[in-house]
Design a protein around this ligand. Structure first.
Ligand code: FES
Length: 105
């Protein structure tokens, strides 16, 4: 079954992406492969913060682990809705979510 989500890219354009569950290891890898260039400097280790997104609609149930929390503390422009896309699994929870890719600081 195909799912989809919506996001605003770094230029503020509204985009839609289709995905299959577990098609990629993380949301960062999915977006890097299909839609976004120059992303994920640390290759998904939760260190660089380049995959910073802000959730606009929807809710992720997985908790923020220690490494993700630490990186979110040191990058600019975070909010209570901020996440690192490399820490988000590609599963049905992403279906119909809306988020925004935060520009690199
Ligand atoms: S890819 Fe570096 S923090 Fe996500």
């Amino acid at each position: 079954m195909n799912y989809s989500f919506t996001y605003f890219n770094e230029f503020g354009d509204l985009c839609k992406a289709d995905f299959k569950v577990n098609e990629y290891h993380s949301l960062m890898e999915l977006l890097f492969d299909k839609y976004v260039e120059e992303w994920g400097d640390c290759k998904g280790r939760a260190w660089c913060g380049t995959c910073h997104i802000e959730i606009l609609e929807g809710h992720l149930t997985q908790t923020i682990d220690k490494d993700e929390r630490q990186t979110l503390l040191v990058i600019d422009g975070t909010s209570s809705k901020s996440r690192l896309a490399c820490q988000i699994p590609v599963n049905e929870k992403l279906n119909n979510m809306v988020f925004k890719i935060k520009p690199r600081s």
